[in-house]
Every structure is written in structure tokens, then in C-alpha cells.
Design a binder for this molecule. Structure first.
Ligand code: SF4
Length: 337
């Protein structure tokens, strides 16, 4: 029975990280001697299920972009493991990893800087297919035309350069490029934060349409809980390199448990009387990840701080079904807020 359940869980999981850590040496002085380390990602456990959108949220500098890049091994993890479709890819050599990346694509925050300004859009979308030896010339040309159409651009776009497009159109090109290799997983890093609010919903709606057409799985990274709410099935909230709360969207937005999540939601400008968000406001700045606070790293900013909070880091514990929070307010002795 246990084996069957385990198999079911593995089948359902596309990407899984266990104890994932990425630290960078901090150097100083003329000789560049190592003075310490910055743990941008600190022992993260995370799984992304097939076909879902997992939102990853936190303030700037919390490590979410580094986590996204580490999951794709665009930067190498310092510790922990990464599995893709059940296969351990943590130490997969360069060449098989390059082939596997066809199934794991990334959409970037600033489409302009991620697109080669001297390349026309058609060859740019075709590039990945060429690198991976997919199709003949005509098939690739047809595929580019098809991709431009599915992202809402005209076929003539293939002959133009990135600077001839608006920000929203450039993000559509970035999406077409990511889809060219029919990936299973797309990591979208702040895909709409550089766009006007009026365009943001269009791009998010396009991403959702493409998800159902192509069966995509998304890891959606954003500093904005409202952007993630629009399309996520589940959400992880990150603070200083760690996940502090994870829950299905409905549960997280109606009953946020961690004081940091509550503060983030309280800071977001959408009034909703059904949400329990009025108690806190996020105060102070994010501490430097070079010298994170002891114990619960949120304690210097937390209105509910207790004696134990600066002594030991709380672990993620179940506070409701599939809803976990790392906070002593939910230890058995306290019994929750
Ligand atoms: Fe606040 Fe303590 Fe909970 Fe950290 S563990 S969020 S300091 S109450």
C-alpha cells in the first residue's frame, strides 16, 4: 500500500528539490579572500506537480530567483538534490543536462535584455530547435509561424527586431521562444513585473491558455502575491532563503498563517473584508542575507515575536490540510493564532 502511494506521488511530481542549498562565497580585500558565505537558498524542500502552477513569492533579495535558476542547474547547487520526472539530475553531466533542458525552459522578467537585439524574431525562436536538431528548415519555419500565432503575434513579426515591439509583445516573443521546444516545465521569473498593469493580465491570461493547450507546468516567481494569486494552484512564500509558508492558493489567501505572509497580503492594495489581513503591516527592511538574524529570521520584523523566536529556527509544520507554516505560533503548546 505504502509503495503504491509512493509511486502515485512520484508520478504526480514533475520537479522535486530536497534540502536544496545555494551558497556563494563572500570575498573582500585586495587578494579576494573568502570572508564568509551567503546562503541565498537555504535547505529548501519543494515539489512541483504535473500540470499545476506553483507560485513562489517573496520580497526582492529573498533568494527566489536563485532558487529558480538552481532548480534548472543554471547555477550549481551547493547541497541537496533535484529530481525531474523521478530522475536525480543533481549531478547530471553537462551534455545530458543540456538535452534535458529542452523540457525545462525559463521566461525572464525583462524580455528585452533576454532577447538578442541584433537578431530577428524568427531566427531567435528557431534557435533552440536548431541547437537540438529538431525538424527541417520548412518544419522549423512553420513552427515559428504557429508559435507566433499562439502567442497572439502576426506572422510578419518573424522578420522584425525586438526593438520594434512593445514590452508586452516582447514578453509574447519570450514565451514563444520558451515554448519552441515543447517543454514540460516553465519557470517564469517575474514575467509581468516590467509591464504596465493593463498588459499584465493579458500576459497572465495568455500563459494560462497555453498551460491548458500544451499541458504545461509552471513555477511562477514573483514579488507580488496578487500576480501569483491570479494563476497559482499552490503558493510557497519565501523569506531569506527559506520557505516560511506553503499552501493551496485558496487556503493561503483566505487564511494566511505566517506573520510574514499576513504582512505581505496586508501591504497589497486590494481590499477584501473576508481576508484576515488587517492585523499586521510588514515593518522594517529585509535583513542582509550576509548576516541573517538568529532563530526565526523574520523575528526582528515580527509583531508576534516570542522569547524562543530568536533562539531556534522553527520548522515547517502542518497547520491545516496541505497548509504548512514555519512559525512558533503554531507549535502544539501555542495551538495557533
Ligand atoms: Fe514571528 Fe516567532 Fe513566528 Fe517567527 S516564529 S514568525 S518571530 S512568531
Amino acid at each position: 500500500m505504502l509503495e503504491a502511494l509512493r509511486a502515485l506521488r512520484t508520478d504526480d511530481t514533475l520537479l522535486e528539490a530536497r534540502g536544496l542549498t545555494k551558497s556563494f562565497p563572500v570575498k573582500s580585500g585586495v587578494f579576494g579572500r573568502t570572508r564568509g558565505e551567503l546562503r541565498a537558498v537555504d535547505g529548501i524542500d519543494l515539489s512541483v506537480r504535473k500540470g499545476e502552477t506553483l507560485g513562489l513569492v517573496g520580497e526582492s533579495g529573498c533568494g527566489k530567483t536563485t532558487l529558480g535558476r538552481t532548480l534548472l542547474r543554471l547555477v550549481e547547487p551547493s547541497e541537496g538534490s533535484i529530481r525531474f520526472e523521478g530522475e536525480d539530475i543533481t549531478h547530471l553531466p553537462q551534455e545530458p543536462m543540456r538535452r534535458l533542458r529542452r523540457q525545462m525552459q525559463m521566461i525572464f522578467q525583462d524580455p528585452y535584455s533576454s532577447l538578442n537585439p541584433r537578431m530577428r524574431v524568427g531566427p531567435m525562436i528557431e534557435e533552440g530547435m536548431l541547437v537540438h536538431g529538431l525538424g527541417n528548415r520548412l518544419e522549423r519555419k512553420n513552427r515559428v509561424a504557429e508559435l507566433l500565432e499562439v502567442v497572439g503575434l502576426r506572422p510578419e513579426a518573424a522578420r522584425k527586431y525586438p526593438h520594434e515591439f512593445s514590452g508586452g509583445q516582447r514578453q509574447r516573443i519570450g514565451i514563444a521562444r520558451a515554448l519552441a521546444l515543447l517543454p514540460k516545465l516553465v519557470i517564469a521569473d517575474e514575467p509581468v513585473s516590467a509591464l504596465d498593469v493593463s498588459i499584465q493580465a493579458q500576459i497572465l491570461n495568455l500563459m494560462m491558455d497555453l498551460q491548458s493547450s500544451y499541458g504545461l507546468t509552471y513555477l511562477l516567481i514573483s514579488h507580488d502575491l496578487r500576480v501569483v494569486e491570479h494563476m497559482s494552484d499552490r503558493v510557497c512564500v519565501m523569506y531569506l532563503g527559506r520557505i516560511v509558508e506553503t499552501a493551496p492558493s485558496a487556503s493561503l489567501y483566505t487564511e494566511p498563517r505566517h506573520p510574514y505572509t499576513q504582512a505581505l497580503l496586508a501591504a497589497a492594495p486590494v481590499p477584501d473584508p473576508t481576508r484576515k489581513t488587517s492585523v499586521n503591516e510588514v515593518r522594517g527592511d529585509v535583513p542582509s542575507p550576509l548576516a541573517p538574524p538568529s532563530g526565526c529570521s523574520f523575528h526582528p520584523r515580527c509583531p508576534h515575536r516570542m522569547e524562543i523566536c530568536d533562539q531556534r529556527a522553527p520548522s515547517l509544520r502542518e497547520v491545516a490540510q496541505e497548509h504548512r507554516a514555519a512559525c512558533y505560533l503554531y507549535s502544539e503548546s501555542k495551538g495557533g493564532l
